[in-house]
Design a protein around this ligand. Structure first.
Ligand code: 7RM
Length: 650
């Protein structure tokens, strides 16, 4: 049976209790497309406005009159929406359950406490001269103070730029130079499983590498207790500063289109782009998607495992859940520490009902065996989510059957740093699920598939995934480079937002992400998504993970090359070639059988867990001298190991 043939209809109990039923989805979706102004004017009431907006949507993707503005004449404060407005009714409600790296290190933070922490932080920033429109860089562990700092920026109208705590000093320096940050907020160190990472030391090193020397102050949080070298006039301890200020701070009234944050993301070419998001539209979209996609209700305990260094952390750890007044778990550690049961243990400990994580984590835990899961209970779970990469059907079934005890809908959510929030996803209670598919568009999203000539494909088909009309959460620019914004996203296909992803639409209108457009491989005229082949390979019981790339082939045009990681203790001989090839033949077709399969101990991944196929392509072609900088990989040494194995296999 082909893995995608399975369909999971909406269970009876779900449709009667969720916010949105199938019928409501259809009606609301139609309205959101036909009358976007009416629809968004109403939905934007999910947040509080200081001055109500009169105009709703003012957007065009055409070069002549290119503009993206939402609710432009309205004013609000994002921090006040996430914190202050919950105080009258919910001041004692828990905003965050902090689960530290070490089991047992747990802190509960109520909305009232959050308010005072944020105000104090805002006052410290003000004391150091931070003003509306200034950029503040955060280089932080996943601790509550990271969130206080983000909200403090939003409160006083400063723009935060969070750099993931796993990035190197050079990467941090490049980002500091690009945005001209005057202030850096960091911590003495971060704890990730058995490792301690010296953040402040890395900031010190980064400051020796910056070209523009814009940074004047480094504010350091005491967290691990590691000693830090404190430079006079530059370095201050947060706890000493905090003692000198009040815990009340009025918020700035901001325009809906005032910048909220920038977040650097790598594109296919050039240096990382500072993706700019603004206030009103972004918050509306983050809050609305958080409510409907996860079917969030007041008493849920919500846990998104993302780090605040990524967009998922911004929209679905901080802004969406807080705007909705949710109680969230935030987790400092890693899924495998002290052992591979940690996620499931934390779910039991805090009675988590909504759990949102990444396929890379799911697959890695899957490879450790089922016992880690089955020794826990997980009966509090109601909705499961996935983001960041295709969730292959084998991992989907494991997540669904084992983790979710076959009772929790899985929302496989497709979106990007650029989109601000989720665009394609099932809604629990409204849509049947197809393992491997990201289902349908969220309200207001008009996806289209374009062929090579840039023409829209009707009905079932495969093509470039583009979006036809603006939505409130969309990025508003590349920081200080508006030309690059237009060129990167709106020039390839005139009049559309180009996602650079490929997708297939089946005859029921469900979307299947086939991978980045450069990951579509054409073998003898067959369009093959690397994700599809990987899904087939991963179906093998002894396979933990795989990555498939295309390399030029004299007869077929392109040929597939597969890198496969086996589960611990797997029998290499039994898995190799014949077995795997058969499986691919069965799942997709003989045309999708890779020319080469190499068993490897690991894959080159970015720190957020994305496989760097560009590097694999160079390795497969024997062009290791062209790989270039590998410092952004989580394990740079893996590149040499794989190269050796590929050479040996040829
Ligand atoms: C949220 C995030 C964006 C890229 C995107 C895709 C891939 C994300 C899915 C997915 C298949 C998914 N932002 N991607 N979600 N592919 N299924 N559900 O990850 O900017 O870091 O990455 O990630 O290729 O373009 S991101």
């Amino acid at each position: 049976m082909s893995a995608e043939a399975s369909v999971y209809p909406v269970p009876e109990f779900a449709s009667s209790t969720t916010h949105i039923s199938s019928e409501q989805y259809k009606t609301m979706y139609q309205q959101s497309i036909k009358k976007p102004d009416v629809f968004w004017a109403k939905q934007a009431q999910i947040i509080d406005w200081v001055k109500p907006f009169k105009t709703v949507k003012d957007t065009s993707f055409k070069k002549e009159d290119f503009r993206i503005k939402w609710f432009a004449d309205g004013t609000l404060n994002v921090c006040a929406n996430c914190v202050d407005r919950h105080l009258p009714h919910n001041k004692d409600k828990i905003a965050f359950i902090f689960e530290g790296n070490e089991p047992g290190n747990v802190r509960h933070i109520s909305y009232e406490e959050l308010y005072h922490h944020v105000c104090r932080f805002a006052n410290v920033l003000k004391k150091h001269g931070v003003k509306k429109g200034n950029v503040v860089t955060l280089y932080m562990p996943m601790i509550p103070e990271a969130i206080y700092a983000m909200l403090a920026c939003a409160r006083i109208g400063a723009i935060h730029s969070v750099v993931f705590g796993g990035f190197s000093a050079s990467a941090l320096a490049g980002r500091l130079d690009d945005c001209g940050s005057k202030i850096v907020i960091t911590a003495d160190g971060a704890q990730r499983g058995p490792k301690t990472i010296p953040l402040k030391e890395t900031v010190d090193l980064a400051l020796t590498k910056t070209k523009k020397a814009t940074v004047q102050k480094v504010i350091t949080i005491k967290h691990t207790g590691a000693g830090c070298h404190m430079k006079e006039d530059q370095d201050v301890w947060y706890h000493e500063e905090a003692r000198q200020v009040q815990d009340e701070c009025a918020y700035e009234e901001m325009g809906a289109e005032d910048p909220l944050f920038i977040l650097y993301t790598s594109g296919s070419t050039g240096t990382p782009k500072g993706v700019l998001h603004t206030s009103g539209g972004y918050l509306t979209y983050a809050a609305l998607t958080h409510k409907y996609v996860f079917d969030y209700h007041e008493n849920d305990i919500y846990w998104c495992t993302a780090d605040v260094g990524w967009i998922t952390g911004h929209s679905y750890v901080v802004y969406g859940p807080l705007a909705n007044g949710a109680t969230s778990v935030i987790f400092e550690g890693v899924p495998t520490y002290p052992d591979a049961a940690r996620f499931w243990q934390v779910i039991d400990d805090h009675k988590v009902s909504i759990f949102y994580t990444a396929p890379t984590a799911i697959r890695s835990l899957m490879s450790k065996g089922d016992d880690y899961v089955t020794r826990t209970n997980r009966s509090s779970l109601r909705v499961l989510g996935s983001v960041g990469e295709p969730l292959n059907p084998e991992a989907w079934h494991w997540y669904y059957n084992l983790v979710g005890r076959s009772t929790c809908p899985i929302v496989d959510t497709w979106w990007q740093t650029e989109t601000g929030g989720i665009l394609l996803t099932p809604l629990p209670g409204a849509m049947s699920l197809k393992p491997g598919s990201v289902a349908r568009p969220f309200f207001g999203i008009q996806p289209a598939l374009l062929n090579k000539e840039g023409k829209e494909i009707r009905g079932a088909g495969t093509g470039s995934l583009v979006i036809k009309e603006s939505w409130p959460g969309q990025m508003r620019g590349v920081y200080q480079d508006q030309d690059r914004f237009f060129k990167t996203y709106f020039d390839t296909f005139k009049g559309y937002y180009s996602s650079e992803d490929g997708a297939r639409r089946d005859k029921e209108g469900y979307y299947w992400i086939t991978g980045r457009m450069d990951d579509i491989i054409n073998v003898s005229g067959h369009r093959i998504g690397t994700a599809e082949v990987e899904a087939a390979i991963n179906n093998h019981p002894q396979v933990a993970e795989s990555a498939v790339i295309g390399i030029p082939h004299p007869i077929k045009g392109e040929a597939l090359f597969a890198f496969v990681i086996l589960k611990m203790g797997a029998d290499v001989k039994a898995v190799f070639d014949a077995d795997l090839l058969q499986l691919i033949g069965r799942n997709i077709g003989s045309f999708a059988k890779p020319e080469t399969i190499v068993i490897v101990p690991g894959l080159p991944k970015t720190r957020s867990g994305k496989i760097m196929r560009r590097i694999l392509r160079k390795i497969a072609l024997g062009k290791t001298n062209e790989i270039g900088d590998t410092s952004t990989l989580s394990e740079p040494r893996i590149v040499n190991k794989i190269s050796e194995l590929v050479l040996a296999a040829q």
